[in-house]
Design a protein around this ligand. Structure first.
Ligand code: GLY
Length: 392
């Protein structure tokens, strides 16, 4: 080797050996700086009745507050406030949260849980504001109205979609809304709310899962007998496939239900789901939108599913025996999401934080676009990681 090449090689080796891997603290600071700048710009684009939905083909798309996602942007702002302590962000969080209040009376749609828990839930947690707590109480009782003791579950949707004929649809996503029931049930010592959450989780555990711990998207029940009519998908590739976000909701839902109830069967269920996911996730931790797509690897990824999973894996890592592997996969997911492929630059991506999620591919809506819940659960994952690793 000529001396000049030898010196270049030596210099490269020295540089490689001193390459600094960004610490998770540094990464978190970098992501929250982007999140704050993006969210402030996004809030300035909204009018008093709208909430952000996505950014598609160069267009910022909003939705009315009745849209199931209306709690996520307020929750994103609250989490930025939690990290930064910035009072301007707090004011924006209060402003965006207030928009969602009318939703608290929704009795026939399970998403009232997401909408109120992810907005007023944070407002109450971070400010101790009793008005927020009362709004959560009203919403929890509204949600409980959708429960049938014959079926043992809350009915997820009051509508039938064209091309389907369900009667009493229960979707796996509904596991997430049990958190509001369990939180208020525990706080108020309300056995009725608690038992609805437990009944729904038990029945879902029995009827939504396959032997390999993947789950169906929708189980339709006969409201007269409580028997299963059919198991199908609406947002996944096929009735028998594993739609990625559905698996993420399941992981998060059973982890949360163990935390809320201490019932060990939920912990076991979460661990089984987690082990299935760890075995099936791609190397970089970001799932394709459906685990069973024959087009993989030429298929869309779903950053929202990765973010939800990361947050759940971190919680599960603190309560499960083999928690180390869950923390490792969560860190991998977070590092990938914080990289240039997924993390937006300030001013782009319609001011959402993450790129490349999939809303509903069968409906051809929100395909490879940003989504407010991807952002919300990504920040939640970062805050949980921080809390557990720094013992905050
Ligand atoms: N809860 C609706 C969805 O996950 O797309």
């Amino acid at each position: 080797m000529k001396p000049i090449y030898a010196s270049i090689t030596a210099a490269l080796l020295i540089c490689t050996s001193c390459t600094h891997q960004e610490t998770m603290e540094e990464l978190t600071e970098r992501v929250f700086a982007v999140a704050k700048a993006q969210s402030e710009q996004m809030a300035a684009k909204l009018d008093p009745t709208t909430t952000p939905r996505t950014f598609d083909e160069g267009r910022f798309v909003t939705a009315p507050v009745e849209w199931w996602c209306s709690g996520f942007f307020p929750g994103t702002l609250w989490q930025i406030y939690e990290y930064s302590g910035d009072e301007t962000v707090r004011q924006l969080a209060e402003q965006e949260t207030a928009k969602v209040e009318p939703v608290k009376y929704t009795c026939d749609h399970h998403d009232v849980g997401f909408q109120i828990n992810c907005s007023f839930g944070h407002q109450y947690r971070l400010t101790d504001d009793t008005l927020s707590l009362n709004i959560m109480r009203t919403a929890a009782h509204s949600l409980s109205q959708g429960f049938s003791s014959t079926v043992g579950c809350i009915k997820s949707w009051p509508f039938v979609k064209e091309g389907f004929d369900w009667v009493y649809p229960v979707i796996i996503d509904n596991m997430m809304n049990l958190e509001l029931l369990a939180v208020i049930g525990n706080m108020d010592n309300d056995d009725q709310l608690r038992s609805i959450a437990v009944s729904h989780a038990d029945k879902t555990m029995r009827n939504h899962f396959r032997d390999d711990y993947t789950c169906y998207h929708l189980v339709d029940y006969d409201p007269e007998t409580g028997a299963v009519r059919k198991r199908i998908t609406v947002q996944g590739l096929a009735d028998e496939s594993a739609w990625a976000r559905g698996q993420a909701w399941a992981l998060y839902g059973y982890t949360m239900m163990f935390e809320q109830t201490g019932e060990v069967r939920y912990l076991h269920q979460a661990q089984h789901i987690a082990d299935m996911l760890v075995a099936r996730l791609p190397e970089d931790g970001i799932p394709y939108w459906d685990f069973d797509s024959p087009k993989i690897p030429d298929e869309y990824r779903d950053a929202s599913a990765a973010a939800i999973m990361a947050s759940a894996f971190i919680s599960l890592s603190q309560i499960a025996d083999n928690g180390k592997s869950y923390m490792e996969i969560a860190e991998k997911q977070i590092r990938t999401l914080a990289g240039p492929e997924y993390l937006a630059e300030v001013g782009e991506n319609g001011n959402f934080i993450l790129k490349h999620s999939v809303g509903s591919l069968p409906d051809k809506t929100e395909v490879d676009t940003p989504l407010s819940y991807a952002d919300y659960y990504f920040l939640e994952a970062l805050l949980r990681y921080r809390k557990y690793t720094l013992n905050l």
